[in-house]
Write a protein that binds this ligand. Structure first.
Ligand code: NAD
Ligand code: WQD
Length: 338
């Protein structure tokens, strides 16, 4: 039997493919490559020495999904495919609702028809919104999202919960990722953002490699120890291993379960800059800039449920992630482009 990976050529998807293959799973990848390159899948094959089908398919194409579900012996789905840029989602909300929510509904319909009722979904810590206090726990109220991207994650969580309530045969894992950073230690796969990076770590990496002059630190007047925003940065390989644990559990347990995938440790912007400098020996020039609208002071996980139930916890720290990001960035200054 095989796991269908939607968005498997993307940043988190490609790392998860490696860990699933290493764990002895068969996989089938689908992606429309709107934010990724098929080369990422070639690199996954190089790293693991294993082959698997990679199919160009948009998750909004129900007919093609049905064909794929009929052709391969798929018994579960890990669903990464989606648009993820917070700022862009405020400018193009309909594209985000269509792609993320419409695409998920089309995928679920095709799964239901094929009798495949196990899904692990990429949710986000963003569903904790602005009003909960850290550390965020899975039983806190979700919602209060501050942008259409975050709202798509919140709505999809509700859709999946409703589906479980309607049919006890479904097995749904909602994985709430905190801030994924880092790259595979081979330096062959990593994060390859288009244009100016929105997120902190890829921005730091591009300053380090000389593509950008300096980092702008968005605000140093938050109520945090050094005044800069605090986040829970999780190494992407640890995050990928969390999916292996979740898919194994979902194969045997029905119903809807929610897990935070984070380290449980908060790291400030300046601490991450210094961790990068320490791990790589490269100086990161920065300036203090105004706060970025929509940012909160703190976001970090209570990661105890994933440990208790999935037996999963992070093994790598921020310095490991900085070292691995730097190896990937140096070897691939233009991402997967030649
Ligand atoms: P990514 O953009 O690298 O990967 C997403 C993949 O989905 C890409 O390969 C893209 O081409 C594909 N895709 C998008 N729309 C598609 C469609 N309609 N049909 C088929 N393929 C499509 O992003 P990522 O960082 O790997 O994120 C993976 C998932 O995790 C996303 O759902 C994202 O919202 C979620 N997530 C990411 C973060 C983060 O900070 N990276 C945090 C929390 C949650
Ligand atoms: C981290 C910290 C910034 C860039 C986002 C999404 C969230 C999730 C993960 C998908 C903040 C500061 C950043 C820069 C900076 N994605 N920063 N200068 O905002 O915590 O989370 O990605 O689900 O939904 O909102 O991550 O990496 O953008 O920012 O000072 O150039 O770095 O203000 O404190 P964020 P981030």
């Amino acid at each position: 039997m095989a796991v269908l990976i939607t968005g498997g050529a993307g940043y988190i998807g490609s790392h998860t493919c490696v860990e699933l293959l290493n764990a002895g799973k068969e996989i089938v990848v689908i992606d429309n490559f709107c934010n990724s390159s098929p080369k990422a899948c070639d690199r996954v094959k190089e790293i693991t020495g294993k082959d698997f089908p990679v199919i160009e398919c948009d998750i909004r194409d129900g007919a093609k999904l049905r064909e794929i579900l009929a052709q391969y012996p798929i018994d579960s789905v890990i669903h990464f495919a989606g648009l993820k840029a917070v700022g862009e989602s405020c400018v193009k909300p309909l594209e985000y609702y269509d792609n993320n929510i419409g695409g998920t509904v089309t995928l679920l319909e095709a799964m239901k028809e094929a009798g495949v009722k196990t899904i692990v979904f990429s949710s986000s810590a963003t569903v904790y919104g602005e009003h909960n206090k850290v550390p965020f726990r899975e039983d806190m109220p979700a919602g209060g999202t501050t942008n259409p991207y975050g709202t798509t994650k919140y709505f999809i969580e509700i859709i999946l919960k409703d589906l479980c309530a309607s049919d006890p045969e479904w097995s749904v894992s909602l994985l709430r990722y905190f801030n994924p950073i880092g790259a595979h230690e081979s330096g062959k796969i990593g994060e390859a953002p288009n244009g100016i990076p929105n997120n902190l770590m890829p921005y730091i990496a591009q300053v380090a490699v000389g593509k950008r002059e300096k980092l702008s630190v968005f605000g140093n007047d938050y109520d945090t120890p050094d005044g800069t925003g605090v986040r829970d940065y999780i190494h992407v390989v640890d995050l990928a291993k969390g999916h292996v644990a979740a898919v194994k559990r979902a194969e045997t347990v029905k119903g809807c379960e929610i897990y935070n995938l984070g380290t449980g440790v908060g790291v400030s912007v300046l601490e991450l800059v210094h961790a990068f400098e320490k791990a790589t020996g490269v100086k990161i020039p920065y300036v203090i800039a105004p706060r970025r609208p929509g940012d909160i002071a703190y976001s970090y996980a209570d990661a105890s449920k994933a440990l208790a139930v999935l037996g999963w916890k992070t093994e790598k720290n921020a310095e490991d992630a900085c070292r691995d990001t730097w190896r990937w960035q140096k070897n691939n200054p233009n991402g997967y482009d030649d």
